[in-house]
Design a protein around this ligand. Structure first.
Ligand SMILES: NC(=O)c1ccc[n+]([C@@H]2O[C@H](COP(=O)([O-])OP(=O)(O)OC[C@H]3O[C@@H](n4cnc5c(N)ncnc54)[C@H](OP(=O)(O)O)[C@@H]3O)[C@@H](O)[C@H]2O)c1
Length: 316
């Protein structure tokens, strides 16, 4: 028997209940995975609190994990017992042992600890989709990244900067500026202070792209700097949805990470790039916060109160 977190109804964090299960043997095309770290993503709170529908109930939420293959089903060709693997979006992750289709899996390099890998895979693939597909960035790009202290925003800001973009990172509190400076991000604006408009004006040219993780709480700042020809990529809305219709001439984009990862080769290549950037130090030192799976309620409360940090994981 192994641990699993089930949810019998959607609601507050307390709906998450630790129970036991016997996952059995993998079926055709599946592997059984001993999960070492489960990535905790903001979207998990949407599946839990009813923002996104979940059917049928009871359900197991969570979309991402890293672990070791301990059994393979008939017809599995790409993975073998003992291999370290991860997946970035396959609902049902909050458990210690799981059956998962091999098509969902990517290899995890041996030198990347499981908790670090699980903290970076889904968020890093999201960042990859933005800097490589939505608005490819490079030398000469002027990019604004909101929520730059968050899971996605911190990776996105560092990656865009490493690719040669001039990045203006937006944070919510002045004490966060030093944290981003330490990551090599020298241009940091505190939301709601006029910093962003000042830093953009200093560049003397229009913003090429805003990668927005936050939505409502930074919308006035963002609306003040996007202009005709800018791209506003609505990656997420951690503080609430916005209505971008008043932004005339701005290219507004909204997409899920999966839309940029269609096809096995694309997924494998993107994951390799994420782990490559991690190993090359592009994302700095990842300060992972591990919560025992049994503390999942506390972990969700921390994500919602913005105290879980950019890299929370559940440890089964
Ligand atoms: N499109 C996709 O496929 C996709 C994929 C992944 C994530 N997302 C979405 O992207 C968003 C961010 O995800 P994440 O994993 O990065 O979440 P996260 O780690 O919780 O980070 C949230 C960020 O938003 C900031 N923030 C939250 N409320 C704020 C407020 N009221 N005022 C100013 N800043 C605020 C936080 O700042 P503090 O540090 O000050 O708390 C933090 O920087 C979520 O909406 C998520 O669902 C979308």
């Amino acid at each position: 028997m192994s641990d699993v977190v089930r949810m019998y109804r959607q609601g507050e964090a307390e709906v998450l209940k630790l129970e036991s299960e016997d996952v059995g043997e993998p079926g055709p095309g599946q592997v059984r995975l001993r999960q070492e770290a489960v990535g905790l993503n903001f979207v998990d709170t949407y599946f839990r609190n009813g923002t996104f529908p979940v059917r049928p109930l009871p359900a197991v939420i969570g979309v991402e994990a890293v672990g070791t293959v301990d059994a393979v089903g008939p017809g599995v060709t790409q993975f073998s017992i003992g291999q370290r693997v991860g997946y970035y979006f396959s609902p049902g992750a909050y458990r210690a042992v799981r059956l998962v289709a091999e098509a969902q899996l990517v290899p995890v390099p041996d030198d990347v600890p499981a908790d670090v890998a699980a903290s970076v895979l889904a968020k890093g693939l999201t960042a990859w989709g933005r800097v490589r597909r939505v608005h490819p960035v490079g030398r000469g790009t002027l990019a604004v990244v909101t929520g730059a202290t968050g899971g996605v925003g911190s990776l996105l800001a560092s990656w865009a900067s490493d690719l040669g973009a001039k990045v203006i990172a937006v944070v919510s509190r002045p004490e966060q500026v030093a944290t981003l400076n330490a990551l090599g991000l020298g241009h940091v604006a505190v939301a709601g202070t006029g910093d962003l408009a000042r830093l953009v004006a200093r560049e003397g040219r229009p913003v090429d792209v805003v990668f927005d993780q936050v939505g409502q709480a930074v919308f006035d700042d963002v609306a003040g700097v996007v202009t005709k020809g800018s791209t506003l990529d609505l990656v997420g809305s951690a503080s609430g949805e916005i209505d971008p219709s008043r932004l005339a001439g701005v290219r507004v984009t909204r997409s899920s990470t999966g839309e940029h990862l269609a096809g096995r080769e694309v997924l494998l290549g993107a994951a390799e790039e994420v782990f490559g950037a991690l190993r090359n130090g592009v994302f700095g030192v990842r300060e992972v916060r591990g919560y025992p799976l049994a503390d999942v309620v506390r972990a969700h409360r921390d994500v919602e109160s913005r105290s879980a940090g950019p890299a929370p994981v559940l440890i089964p």
